[in-house]
Each structure stands twice: as structure tokens, then as C-alpha cells.
Ligand binder design. Structure first.
Ligand SMILES: [Zn+2]
Length: 119
């Protein structure tokens, strides 16, 4: 397969790196916020049985959110380590450039739309 000859410009690359760094910062902030809600629920009776059940239900939601956030953060940090790689912004499978519009929204994607469909 021939490579498309659209090469990400230095400006686009810098912009994308900025977006990734910004998202990393946001996710780190979110993790800090979530920490407060994912701490173990105290076993004492001071909060009462119903609110304790509520707290446990909420904790499950926050735990899941924490997992997703951490996972996304790792992906983004991982991508940032590859920012000087010639394959940065290219599909891992077919090596075509992933459109900037897509990368700006989800910089952690590693395969193009075409390859995503065939996975
Ligand atoms: Zn591809």
C-alpha cells in the first residue's frame, strides 16, 4: 500500500502535543478529585445504613471512573513519549496518517478509521 503524502506539519505536531499535554493535565486533576470519593468507606455506623449503601453504590461508580481515567492517562502519557517518533500520528497498522481532526478529539487513537473497522 502506498503512503499518502500528507505529512503532519511542525505546527500541527506542536498543536497536537499541546492538546495531549492539556488532556493529561485535566485527567490528573480528575484523578485527584476522584481520590476523595474512592477512598475506603469507613466502617463506623455514624453515616447510617442507607447512606452507607449509597456511599458504596457511588464508590462503585467512582471506582470505574477512576479506572477509565487512569487508563486514558496512561495511553496519553505513552503517546507523548513517542512524540518524536516518525510514526507519531500515523496508523499502527497501515502507517497512513490519521486525520488531524480525529487526533485532536482523541489523541490516544493509534489506528485509522479504516483499520479500526477491520480489527
Ligand atoms: Zn490504518
Amino acid at each position: 500500500m502506498r503512503y499518502k503524502l500528507i505529512i503532519m506539519t511542525t505546527e500541527e505536531r506542536a498543536e497536537l502535543i499541546g492538546i495531549i499535554e492539556e488532556q493529561i493535565e485535566k485527567l490528573e486533576g480528575k484523578i485527584e478529585e476522584l481520590k476523595e470519593f474512592t477512598e475506603p468507606i469507613s466502617p463506623d455506623d455514624s453515616i447510617g445504613r442507607i447512606s452507607r449503601m449509597d456511599a458504596i453504590n457511588n464508590k462503585t461508580v467512582f471506582d470505574a471512573s477512576m479506572r477509565n481515567t487512569r487508563e486514558r492517562l496512561l495511553q496519553l502519557q505513552n503517546i507523548l513519549t513517542q512524540k518524536d517518533d516518525p510514526d507519531f500520528g500515523r496508523c499502527l497498522k497501515c502507517h497512513q496518517e490519521i486525520p488531524m481532526g480525529r487526533l485532536k478529539i482523541r489523541p490516544e487513537i493509534r489506528v485509522c478509521a479504516g483499520c479500526l473497522r477491520t480489527v
